[in-house]
Design a protein around this ligand. Sequence first.
Ligand SMILES: [Fe+2]
Ligand SMILES: [Fe+2]
Ligand SMILES: [Fe+2]
Ligand SMILES: [Fe+2]
Length: 325
Amino acid sequence: MAVQINDAYIELLNQGVSREIQVSLQYLLQHCKMEKILRKVRAENILLDKTTYETIAKDLKDFGIQEMKHAAKIIERIYFLGGKATTKGAKVNVGEGLKDFAKNDFKAEEEALILYRKVIEEARKIGDMETYDDFIKIYSDEEKHLFRFQELLTIDDKEPPEIEPESKHFRAVFTDDYLALLNKGVAGEISAIIQYTNQHEKANWLTLRKLETPLEVIEDKNKAKVVSELLKKVFMVEMQHLEMIAERIYRVKGEAVAVPDPLPQVGENADDFLKLDHKAEDDAIMLYRGIVAEALKRDDTVTRRLFEKIIDDEESHYWGFDDFF
Ligand SMILES: [Fe+2]
Ligand SMILES: [Fe+2]
Ligand SMILES: [Fe+2]
Ligand SMILES: [Fe+2]
């Protein structure tokens, strides 16, 4: 071991993972929710082809992806130090409108800066220079986020009131139980994103530990490495799914959930990952088939097509994992 690591130090790094998972989901869901807000403000800005809201929506998505990369970076470091990276995110605070978003996000970034100053300090103290370096870079991203949200705090945000339209017959299909069913999709995608991101980093670490056969040494490759590369591709697709489903829910005026279900499971080695992920994809396909059937029953063509497209992806993930058995 290059440096002396204790449990409290790993726990400190895991606090970072938890809050990165939180803000990543928070910003991505806010990005999706902008869809709902945009429709109200468009009427007032009908002559502009772009409103401030669109610019902010884009920032939220970019930041959300950046935060997931931060989470991955910290998870990677935890495994390298011999620790166990958490899959538990801190509580997500989405909020109702732009003012809420700015307030919640500013607060989250402020907390991040406080926590990361502590991490940087500790890392320097014990001479863990790699972690020190990682967190200096992450800190600088968070500070940029903080300033961006600070600007948003001062935006004069008077959202026009909701006007109940008279023609809304087709919208009657979006009942609470139907939205709850779509939300199972959101919860499943969140679970997959966290599970695959964590496993991807753990597989990277296993790759370095375990080149066993001569062929593996020569090729500088083993099963863990192949699985790690596959997982990276897959979890990026799951992020798109999360966005697609959440946007649909907000578009029909529902509210997306922000907690994973089932709870993400990591496993110990590449074979565990494959077994767990194979099952996760199988569950997703079954759930989405149910949603397609329900959408068909309700003549909700847009949702049906959306989930048919997602099933295509999940099936290809399923076979991708299946190839290893
Ligand atoms: Fe971050
Ligand atoms: Fe941030
Ligand atoms: Fe998915
Ligand atoms: Fe998938």
